[in-house]
Design a protein around this ligand. Structure first.
Ligand code: ZN
Ligand code: ZN
Ligand code: ZN
Length: 175
């Protein structure tokens, strides 16, 4: 009973601001055929690179693709099993590690949550627009060249860049 309340609480956040009229569902995850197509594409990308999309890896990717918003590792652990049976945490962490390495998923650092990659380009820098009202996160491709040139001019060799912008999505702005 207590646990159910906690879960409901957690899934309810983030809340829209009181005067936001935005209906949820403006950023739906994949379902049905679109979901099957995305999973099949991941499968063939793995085959092409001699990687294995094992059942736990496929399942975690499926959960990320279906979701309407970024998921935390504990959400994935809790909903992993077909009948709501939780996964062993290392199973999910290892699968996330694989999906990130292969570019199928990204971690949004400021949320410590995961999203499927929507850009499908190899080795790109993932950047996110995060709605602080509904919690949606949209991936975009940033033009980092001016920043990288500035870093190089200062003698830095940049290993990674995190770009996460917060604000309101179009649906919440309209609401
Ligand atoms: Zn991406
Ligand atoms: Zn929003
Ligand atoms: Zn909103």
């Amino acid at each position: 009973m207590k646990i159910a309340a906690l879960v409901a609480d957690r899934l309810a956040e983030p809340m829209h601001s009181p005067d936001c009229q935005h209906e949820d569902g403006a950023h739906p995850g994949l379902k049905g055929q679109a979901l099957r197509r995305a999973l099949a594409a991941a499968q063939s990308r793995c085959q092409a690179t001699q990687e294995r999309l094992t059942e736990p890896r496929r399942r975690v990717l499926e959960l990320l693709l279906e979701a309407d918003q970024p998921l935390k590792a504990y959400d994935l652990i809790a909903t992993f099993g077909e009948n709501g049976a939780p996964a062993k945490p290392p199973t999910v962490y290892r699968a996330l590690d694989f999906l990130e390495r292969q570019g199928f998923a990204h971690r949004i650092e400021s949320l410590n949550a995961f999203v499927p990659c929507r850009i499908e380009a190899e080795n790109h820098t993932a950047a996110f627009l995060i709605c602080s009202c509904c919690g949606a996160a949209e991936e975009f491709e940033p033009d980092l060249s001016p920043g990288l040139a500035a870093a190089q001019a200062k003698g830095y060799e940049v290993a990674s860049v995190t770009l996460e912008a917060r604000g309101l999505c179009p649906a919440c702005r309209a609401g």
